[in-house]
Write a protein that binds this ligand. Structure first.
Ligand code: KG4
Length: 340
């Protein structure tokens, strides 16, 4: 009998459901919420309401694209946290209700584990290479910036993490500050391709060990733009490509310095990347380039598995299922999760 897992993701502003059969992806449906664009950031109450509207059609679509009936399911994996509580509540409640109705186990998944294991999502008919254990994963999103050592699908150690803002937040807040739009990462990425990354210099933080800090560079950009605009009000409009390219390069330098240090300290040469910021074209080519230079095997998830998706939750849940883990029905979602 095949193990068929339904994955459900609702931690932020994407409602997603996916079906995997014996570890192979059969469907992955994502409903993104455009309603937040006008506000320049995710509005938690609107996100929960949109999840409520989306969850039934998204799950139905995922089952139908996979050619699977609810009664075929073996277990339901869902994101328990971290994330927005009201959003998580929708996915968690749905998973509990469906699990109860079908009398099948539910399996809670830490959203971050999903990003860390995104490289293990196998699509039907495609032979994508997955990292070997142990590997280092640079986990970079709107809420996290971490270097994690992954020893197995169930063993994770945080080697370093941000002490303030996440790198995705730096992209988003700086884009908003420059009036470039939301989410900032893709906008800055697009403009950076047209600019000169060496034109402007922004101060890099000096944080000991493998930890990160991204709040200083935000302030550095703010003061730089403010001072230049005082001299020339059209400075931003005339130089936005170079500003974005230089700003993005600084963020990538900061990320890469610590990743290289972590690889050197641990002797690990298997290096993966995950989270929304792993869609950044500059970061992707830089990791590939460092990898070639340093003899690493690098793993870049397909674009569709970089931002929030249920395929990564389903695969993480599958490993927990195989390990015999089951989650009681009185489980509650949590906005923060202290550890893996
Ligand atoms: O993982 P994710 O979808 O959500 C969580 O934070 O959990 O990540 C969203 C973040 C946002 O900060 C967004 O600006 C960033 O990922 N992002 C990017 C790119 N695409 C998305 N950052 C830089 N370059 C991109 N191409």
């Amino acid at each position: 009998m095949a193990d068929i897992i339904l994955g459900i993701e609702s931690s932020c502003d994407d409602t997603s459901a996916a079906v995997i059969c014996d570890g192979v992806l059969m469907s992955n449906v994502i409903a993104s919420q455009d309603v937040h664009r006008a506000f320049g950031g995710v509005v938690p109450e609107l996100a929960s309401r949109a999840h409520e509207q989306n969850i039934v059609p998204v799950v139905s679509e995922a089952l139908s694209r996979a050619g699977v009936a609810p009664s075929d399911l073996t277990a339901i994996a869902f994101t328990r946290g971290p994330g927005l509580l009201g959003s998580l509540l929708v996915g968690t409640s749905f998973a509990k209700a469906l699990g109860l109705a079908l009398d099948i186990p539910i399996i809670m998944v830490n959203h971050l584990q999903g990003h860390l294991l995104a490289g293990f999502v196998k699509e039907k008919g495609q032979e994508a290479a997955s990292p070997s254990f142990p590997y280092l994963c640079l986990l970079v999103s709107g809420g996290n910036s971490q270097i994690v050592r992954v020893d197995s699908p169930l063993e994770f150690t945080i080697l370093g993490q941000t002490i303030d803002d996440a790198v995705g937040e730096a992209f988003d807040k700086c884009s908003k500050m420059m009036g470039l739009g939301y989410p900032g990462g893709p906008v800055i990425d697009r403009l950076a391709k047209l600019g000169d990354p060496t034109r402007f210099k922004f101060a890099k933080p000096h944080i000991p060990g493998l930890d990160y800090s991204f709040s200083g560079i935000k302030t550095s950009l703010l003061y730089f733009v403010r001072d230049e605009m005082a001299k020339d009000p059209s400075f931003l409009e005339n130089n936005k490509e170079d500003i974005c390219a230089s700003f993005q390069k600084t963020l990538i330098d900061i990320l890469m310095d610590k990743l290289v240090k972590a690889a050197r300290q641990t002797g690990i040469k298997e290096v993966a990347i995950g989270g929304g910021v792993s869609a950044n074209s500059g970061l992707r080519s830089r990791i590939a380039e460092e990898g070639r230079k340093r003899g690493w095997h690098t793993y870049l998830p397909a674009f569709k598995f970089t931002t929030d998706n249920a395929a990564m939750i389903a695969i993480a849940g599958y490993y927990h299922y195989l390990a015999g883990e089951r989650t009681p029905l009185d489980v509650a979602p949590v906005s923060r999760m202290a550890d893996f």
